[in-house]
Design a protein around this ligand. Structure first.
Ligand code: NAD
Length: 352
């Protein structure tokens, strides 16, 4: 008999094309009259257009969001928000910008909105990852949950193909681990399967036609579902491996997910038959680990950790850190096996 616990998301989601025009009314619905727009330096033009949409309801653009949410940037942003008397924040961007919005909201209690422009899915989770020096900490906090997320597929059309691919595989990783999560629930399982279907369908089209709006909408839909899974249930070995590699060697987030996922699927597969069966519906062949490895290769995603800048000498240290803290995984985490799959992932070899 099934037993499960299911929680409903509280975040309001608006999805479509041209939906950014609804930002003023969504901000107004939250009672926000002085919105501070957040972005990375690379997306300042996009953010300025959103500020213009808000008109008098915008009090400025803070354009210093950075990867891994450095606390020093957050403190500067909090001070700036106080100077301009912001009553809310609106993140225009990917996981880095949304992370900054969460970090500000956790410190100030300000309501937050987002216009996500990648497939990372952070907007749907109560997870806040922050870095101070070289130390990255991750917490689940109700205060980090966004009030309103407006998905506008038009804003994703500018996401470069290479970033789209790795960001999409990053989303698939959330869905894959939701399929075998310890606290998985039937709704998360359904959403995860649908996310994998839509991302495997859309990413190949995006590599050929980056401005294909239907494919972009399909990928963003998958990203929303995958992000919701990430927020709803606990993750396991794959996310632990990526956290360790990102934190210890400064490897890029989405690219690392892309390289590691097939190897963790190969490792966990024997202990997660239902997850394997669901993945096999979307990926060709009866072995989803090889299917994912081939999929990444066909789309031109990186497949070797050495190409991301990881030193070979770091494999032993990484394996040590990955097995150190107790966390749930469908298959017990064995140091020798982790070292073996990291070695293959480092060299860009297929999983087994
Ligand atoms: P990102 O936000 O760092 O974006 C990567 C680059 O692409 C940036 O320079 C950005 O400005 C640019 N960019 C984004 N969208 C664009 C667009 N549409 N057009 C042109 N350029 C665009 O990368 P990401 O992969 O979205 O996020 C990674 C970060 O998010 C990591 O720090 C990761 O830890 C975090 N994350 C957190 C969660 C969570 O739940 N807390 C979930 C996923 C990721």
């Amino acid at each position: 008999m099934r037993t499960f616990v299911h929680r409903e998301q509280v975040t309001k989601v608006v999805f479509g094309s041209g939906t950014r025009s609804r930002i003023p009314e969504e901000a107004d619905a939250l009672g926000c009259r002085r919105v501070l727009v957040l972005c990375t330096p690379a997306q300042v033009d996009q953010a300025a257009r959103i500020r213009d949409l808000l008109g008098a309801a915008a009090v400025g653009v803070f354009a210093e969001a950075a990867a891994h949410t450095p606390v020093a940037v957050t403190e500067k942003a909090v001070a700036y928000a106080a100077t301009v008397r912001a009553d809310s924040v609106l993140a225009v961007g990917g996981g880095s910008t949304i992370g900054l919005g969460k970090a500000i909201a956790v410190r100030t209690g300000l309501p937050q909105l987002a216009l996500p422009t990648t497939y990372a899915g952070s907007e749907m989770t109560p997870i806040l990852g922050e870095t101070e020096g070289r130390r990255k900490t991750t917490r689940r906090l109700a205060e980090a949950l966004l009030d309103t997320v407006v998905y506008d597929v038009d804003l994703t059309l500018t996401l470069p193909v290479a970033t789209s691919v790795v960001s999409g595989i990053n989303a698939m990783a959330h869905a894959v681990e939701a399929l075998y999560a310890q606290d998985r629930d039937p709704v998360a399982f359904l959403m995860a399967g649908e996310a994998i279907d839509s991302l495997t369908r859309s990413l190949p089209v995006i590599t050929r036609r980056p401005d294909d709006r239907e494919a972009r909408a399909d990928a963003l839909y998958g990203a929303w579902l995958a992000g919701t899974c990430l927020g709803a249930v606990g993750m396991a070995l794959h996310h632990k491996v990526c956290h360790v590699l990102g934190g210890t060697f400064g490897l890029p987030h989405a690219e690392t997910h892309s390289v590691v996922l097939p190897h963790v699927v190969a490792y966990n597969g024997p202990a997660a038959p239902e997850a394997v069966a669901r993945m096999a519906q979307a990926l060709p062949g009866d072995d989803p680990a090889s299917g994912l490895f081939d999929f990444a290769g066909r789309l031109g995603a990186p497949r070797a950790l050495r190409d991301l800048g990881m030193p070979e000498s770091g494999i032993t240290q990484a394996a040590e850190l990955i097995v150190r803290d107790g966390y749930w995984n469908p298959r017990p985490v064995d140091r020798t096996a982790v070292r073996a799959f990291l070695t293959r992932a480092w060299a860009g070899e297929a999983p087994w």
